[in-house]
Design a protein around this ligand. Sequence first.
Ligand code: 5GP
Ligand code: ZN
Length: 111
Amino acid sequence: MDCIFCKIVAGDIPSTRVYASERLIVIEDINAQAPTHLLVIPKKHYDTIIDCEDDLFMTEALAAVRELTKKYKVDESGFRLVINTNTEGGQTVFHLHMHIIGGRQLTGQMG
Ligand code: 5GP
Ligand code: ZN
């Protein structure tokens, strides 16, 4: 499948991987919008959160969020979790992913 995040999961496109578990990887966003900008990406391809029938993905994602926000020291200062979904939701890569954004004062929709 011609999907950039599937290629990142497979290791065919390089990325900075900061966390991995059974169902997901977490990488640094290539175009960071804040000092901390990570992407939680399921290893299995789902176009959107609506297409993901595996609820355990979110359980695992939240475990990653707890660990990584502590590691990046944004757990107490604050951060934002964002899942852009479909066109009007601002999704540009149609392989489900959750943004973890923090490290500066965020304002507005995406900061
Ligand atoms: P979306 O707008 O779909 O919610 O977010 C897609 C995100 O993926 C963007 O923040 C963009 O910077 C990031 N992104 C797109 N291509 C790549 C890539 O090849 N590597 C990495 N690390 N991030 C990417
Ligand atoms: Zn994919």
